[in-house]
Ligand binder design. Structure first.
Ligand code: CTP
Ligand code: MG
Length: 231
């Protein structure tokens, strides 16, 4: 069984909206709804667990209406990684290791293509992991204060996106290993890697942006106007 976890428990503080960004609507659909529909229409996803902000449980439930694969809506934690961990623990308690693959996705990245979700699952079935990432285009350096410490080789730098898709058993064990320091990580790939697992990178998508600031919202609207993305 392949399960998707959509993390939508954040506060969206950097967007400066008066409510969490997962409920922001583009063409009458919330970011969360758009992300959910992508997982609903993936051929390879069997069930979806939605991780919600505890102050917005009812609102999240409304967004899930009619999405048949949503198995449950559960409460998130203080950080993204704690929200993911709640999802993993829930899956383990309900299904155990009958779940072979778990695909984790940010509600704040609604523009991923359905084909990419499926590709990440196919690769994770073969390789144990599949993390979307894009090669860096700018020159990059390691900086201390306001001074360059070291110039990095940009050919070796990749920017992570989601979906991040894994062998469920291996990811669950990795999270259990670092259960007390989850806040120090920023994504699932970093926890999976720290636990000593091989992490397979697959090409990310240019338009699979994470809505983080008000600029990103304006950019997303422009992308839709230009016909670059469909929602
Ligand atoms: N997320 C979550 N639980 C948290 C924090 C974040 O489920 N405690 C989710 C967000 O809802 C989002 C994804 O993780 O879909 C990526 O996080 P981020 O872009 O940082 O979203 P927010 O934390 O909501 O935004 P901000 O950091 O600006 O407050
Ligand atoms: Mg955040």
């Amino acid at each position: 069984m392949n399960v998707g976890i959509i993390v939508a428990a954040g506060k969206g503080e950097r967007t400066k909206l008066t409510y969490p960004k997962q409920f922001y609507q583009i063409l009458d659909k919330s970011l969360l709804r758009i992300a959910l529909e992508k997982y609903e229409y993936s051929k390879l996803i069997d069930k979806i667990i939605v991780v919600a902000n505890e102050n917005f449980m009812e609102k999240t439930k409304k967004e899930c209406y009619g999405i048949n694969k949503v198995y449950d809506i559960i409460k998130g934690g203080d950080s993204r990684q704690e929200s993911v961990f709640n999802g993993l623990k829930y899956i383990y308690n309900v299904f155990g290791f009958d779940v072979s693959i778990v695909s984790i996705h940010d509600a704040a990245r609604p523009f991923v293509s359905i084909d990419k979700i499926d590709e990440s699952i196919e690769i994770a079935i073969k390789n144990g992991s599949a993390v979307l990432a894009l090669p860096e285009k700018n020159s990059v350096s390691h900086v201390i204060g306001d001074v360059i410490d070291k110039i990095l080789d940009r050919n070796e730098i990749y920017l992570h996106q989601t979906p991040q898709t894994f062998d469920f058993q291996k990811l669950y064990k990795a999270y259990m290993n670092f259960e007390n320091e989850l806040k120090s990580f920023t994504d699932d790939a970093s926890i999976f890697h720290k636990a000593g697992n091989f992490v397979r990178i697959i090409p990310g998508e240019e338009y699979n942006i994470k809505i983080t600031t008000d600029f990103d919202i304006k950019f997303a609207k422009w992308l839709i106007k230009e016909g670059k993305i469909n929602v």
